[in-house]
Ligand binder design. Sequence first.
Ligand code: HEM
Ligand code: HEM
Length: 152
Amino acid sequence: MPTYSLIHPVVGAIAVLLCYATAYLGLSRMMLIAGKRSRFYWFRRNVHVNMGRSFVALLFVVYPLGILGISETGFSPFSTPHAYLGSFLLILFTFGAVLAFLILKGRWEYIKHHGRVMLAGAALSIFQIIGGIVNLRSLGIKTSELCFFTGR
Ligand code: HEM
Ligand code: HEM
């Protein structure tokens, strides 16, 4: 079984999980700022920043791995909607990360824009997961093979 086509879905799933964990912290911040209190809301700025940075960095690894994976299986790249949504998400999250960089430089007025851009990306990522599962099925890759790959 080709390697990249197994690595990509595993690393892609880890990236999406990191995205949702970061989104959870961001949403908690929004709730806390709005004056809503709950033991489920938790925000630590440095945790959010580090987790968000790791997510965006991982996205730049996941994307080429996907292209390598599809090429390895003999299909031409950009043959699936997953590739186009993936490209859009890469641009969107990069834009959100640039806004985050500006916030860290003291441009507080971008906090709301950053939050909206990133949450839109997180919502669209659901379709990226569905597209990924469709790809797994089309290529005949089973979850057990991915578990074998991760050593579980
Ligand atoms: C935001 C995260 C992700 C991005 C940016 C991304 C991007 C890509 C890209 C660009 C391709 C090449 C497709 C083509 O050229 O037609 C691809 C292929 C593929 N993706 Fe993803 N993907 C992501 C997450 C996932 C997830 C979570 C899964 C699994 C559920 C997955 C499963 C696949 C599969 C099975 C392929 C076919 C080739 C291969 O296995 O490497 N992807 N992806
Ligand atoms: C490059 C990675 C990221 C960095 C450096 C970053 C940084 C920040 C910073 C500095 C704030 C303002 C916090 C404060 O000053 O109190 C913030 C807020 C926020 N972030 Fe991020 N973030 C990143 C990624 C993400 C991701 C991936 C998501 C969601 C998918 C996200 C969602 C949010 C939300 C919802 C807010 C709150 C916005 C509001 O209160 O209106 N961020 N982020």
